[in-house]
Design a binder for this molecule. Sequence first.
Ligand code: FAD
Ligand code: MG
Length: 347
Amino acid sequence: MSKRMIILVIMLILLFTIALQGCSNKKEVVTRSTFMLNTKLDISVWIEDKNRGVEIIQECFKRISEIEEKMSVNIENSEVNKINDHTQKEFISVSKDTSEVLNASLKYAKLSNGAFDPTIGKLVELWGIGKENFRVPKKAEIDEVLRYVDYQLLINNGENKFKLAKDHMRIDLGGIAKGYAGDEVYKIIKKNSVEGAIINLGGNIIALGTKIDGSNWRIGIQDPFEPTGTHIGVVEASDKAIVSSGNYERFSIVNEKRYHHIIDPKTGYPSENGIISATIIANYSMDADALSTAVYVLGVEKGLELIENMENVESIIITKDYKVYLSSGIKGAFEIKNNKFQIVNQD
Ligand code: FAD
Ligand code: MG
């Protein structure tokens, strides 16, 4: 073979290798959905090896299932129900997972002065909102059940052991456990060196890393008056959790009145203070989940005050009269796309 021919062959091999590398570097989206925690879960990862992407998502779903087994009040032998079903004399040992969520729930109960309360269980049961057994309870029934709602009677002995200090009290982690599951999913995807993913656990969203082109994710904030997928505006985010609590997510209607699932632990009734949706943007999904429920119950003024006192946490609150209240760190970074809404505290 002549020298020229050899050079030509080498060049062709080089070109072929570069072309192959180009192909293998191409990331594609892999999306899988399932139904757990009584909601739809969607996970999308942008990855070169599609099969690996599917495996990673399956690992995430397995982890969520473990968390549900431990923390659901609808699973008879869950750790939470073990605490619920015991008398006030005994401390019950729980896993690190459940202990972490219970301690976080106590932290947010204190911070919100009881607006978020993990011992809301008996009220959730009494109302049965969104379920077949829903009915509007009598005032006397609510007053009776309120005696069993008090986070200060959920006691931790400091070693992953918990008890309820009064018989008949019940824990319900529906306002925080989905957030914890989101953080655990984030860890699994990160550990697998994925650089871009969107985790959506029934509206609790985590934007992991960036899009393939390196730009931030754009997450739509749900219009609380319109069907799912209609947005009032967009938040740009990278490695952030975006969690909304709203009266449109889970509710029952009687005599044209809407009863939604976020209960004010002080009154025992679905929280009514003008807020229709509270969105929190934070570094951790568990924090955002607990805080979105807390802010919803606290109302605009106290809710914003709580958020302003926390680092790296922002909020977008929408009221029934189409007003939007922003925390100071998100002003200028959130734009309304629909002019029926109006930002009231822009400056
Ligand atoms: P959020 O605002 O985040 O939370 C509202 C929920 O928190 C309420 O539904 C109630 O559970 C609780 N809550 C209400 N008021 C307060 C308050 N003031 N403070 C603290 N908490 C409050 N649903 C089913 O129907 N069947 C199931 O089998 C089932 N299993 C689940 C298992 C797990 C581990 C989790 C996390 C949730 C499960 N759910 C189930 C759903 C759950 O009952 C809630 O409806 C759901 O988590 C609401 O989330 P959200 O983001 O819509 O609202
Ligand atoms: Mg919540």
